[in-house]
Design a binder for this molecule. Sequence first.
Ligand code: ADP
Ligand code: MG
Length: 699
Amino acid sequence: MSAPAQQPLHRLPLDTLRGVGAKNRERLENLGIHSVQDLLFHLPLRYQDRSRVCPMGELRHGDHVLVEGEVTLSEIRHGRRRALMVQLSDPSGAIYLRFFHFSKAQAQGLTRGTRLRCFGEARSGPHSLEMVHPEYHRIQPGDSAGLEETLTPVYPTTEGLNQITWRKLTGQALALMKASPETLQEWLPEAILGELQLPSLAQALEYLHRPPLDASLHRLTEGDDPARHRLVLEELVAHQLSLRRFRHRRQSVQAPACGPPGENRQRFLADLGFSLTGAQRRVVQEIADDLVQPRPMMRLLQGDVGSGKTVVAALAALQAVASDLQVALMAPTEILAEQHLNSFRNWFERHGIHTVWLSGSQRSRARREAIAALTEGRAAVAVGTHALFQGDVTFQRLGLVIIDEQHRFGVHQRMALREKGALDGRVPHQLIMTATPIPRTLAMSAYADLDLSEIDEMPPGRTPVTTAAVPDTRREEVMQRVRAACREGRQAYWVCTLIEESEALQCQAAEDTAAQLAEQLPDLRIGLVHGRMKPAEKEAVMARFKAGELEMLVATTVIEVGVDAPNASLMIIENPERLGLSQLHQLRGRVGRGAVESHCLLMYHPPLTQNARSRIDTLRRTDNGFAIARKDLELRGAGEVLGTRQTGEMQFRLADLLRDQPLIAQAQQIADRILQQAPEAADPLIQRWIGEKTQYIDA
Ligand code: ADP
Ligand code: MG
């Protein structure tokens, strides 16, 4: 290395490396690699052992190995596909090399007697083991040059960047790092690394890019070695530090403090008609304790479908209203919002609490009136969709914002809501509810800005739902079964799903299905709800279904959340393979709310992919939302389940929240120690791993 590299590696541009021109720079940048440091954080996917030559007699199908021998036969075969076949022999045996693409010169260079060293995968061929398009070069007898002294890394890559280029680039980056260690600063305190017996940053990078030959290939590929743990831990620590900083800022923000729950709560509970479960009582207390603080509550309430989150939200609202503050409750769909509106009015009107409705599809006059009531402070509670937070809506003294179904809103939106509510410099408390419960450690990292409450107990009186899967070739049989059940006085949902995001197409599909079912089952009274109907229409249909005037309700997935008809005990879901596990679980939660035994029939379209089969099997086997969410995470990954993949939030470079869960608690402890013992490391660590992404948190 000639050029002195005093520049820190995170500022060192890629084109200081040999082999990086405009083209390659662009390719690297598309992978998110902008500096030499980024290159070092781009870790291999897997490794190969090219350190020793394997005798051909010992080869097994599937081995990725280096072999060496003499060409004993070379010919062009004209079978189904023209191929150059080269037989390579060593004293222990022989294999074939098969080339489908080859030049004349290449064929001529591989004559009998040529010595070759090849790397490739041995696969069973018609006569013996073969390597298809191996990497190879010619050697002289006794030549040991080119044998690798470390395991060979294989990098995740993109079109136009081959493995040889990757090895050259990472080789240069490692050399720079070693020549000038100060260019890649170690920020984890030595004491901590020593205690945990973890390698330094430089050691870990060297190890992962060029593992010694005695490293365990298995542990490396599984991501289960101290070097990788070391890096992941540092990334998780950086996230924890940025979270601490964010929380610290939150502490300095004012919120209107509520009074403790009073005698109105006793009256509310007495009127309720049921008593709270232990879990509900616990979370209600946690929320009440937050609300009396002059700092904004930011709390995530997790609980399975049907665990009774609504009444918990109502109790929080009651506490705020009793302190003369206003409350906004927002849900992601109109149907869900309407359901809340009904519950709240039902519970609150008799206590003299006025609740208004705000939605996108509302007439402008009704909307104006609702807004006036909020602005003038005549209405204490507003329930609605996103429309609640449009520019023209103002509150007189908003003190609490409740959001249902958190996973559809991101950190950004949460921040926007807080801004909305600013009340002479104070911001409202926030309660966020989700029915996609995820493991606690994961939640604490993913929703890092939130405190967590969990309802882990179901209200009494729910009956388990039996779930079965049938192929749609048996549709006729399914229809007859539904008809028989309905004739016995039961009620059924028939849910239509569609891949397309288009709501219009979904609604069309539901309309077609409803028409078709009505024709084929003329003796059943069938209703239809979908997202494009006017709220009043939907409401009328739902009311008839609840009253038992309709036996079957055809619906789109809009009924996923919110619809509550305790007598419905049968659900047919068409093409369940199109939906995610958590969504299916939510849908199914619409039945099993009454005393009769309920059934859910998943009518799939064969053949199922392995992943779809796995989802359907999980659903058949378990009814527990936490278990289902865990499986969903396994199948789809954290980004999808948390709905953060699209928004680009919570993207980790190396950490996999699921696989690395055990490290999260450790990262929290280390972050605490850094703040106490080496606070100057916090900024650079956040900068290194999160960089610009932290800015939105400050917004
Ligand atoms: P989710 O958590 O899915 O939002 P809901 O709040 O809609 O659940 O509650 C589901 C049903 O259970 C509602 O009909 C609600 O009134 C009822 N419920 C809630 N808590 C209890 C309880 N402690 N005992 C009996 N029923 C309850
Ligand atoms: Mg709910």
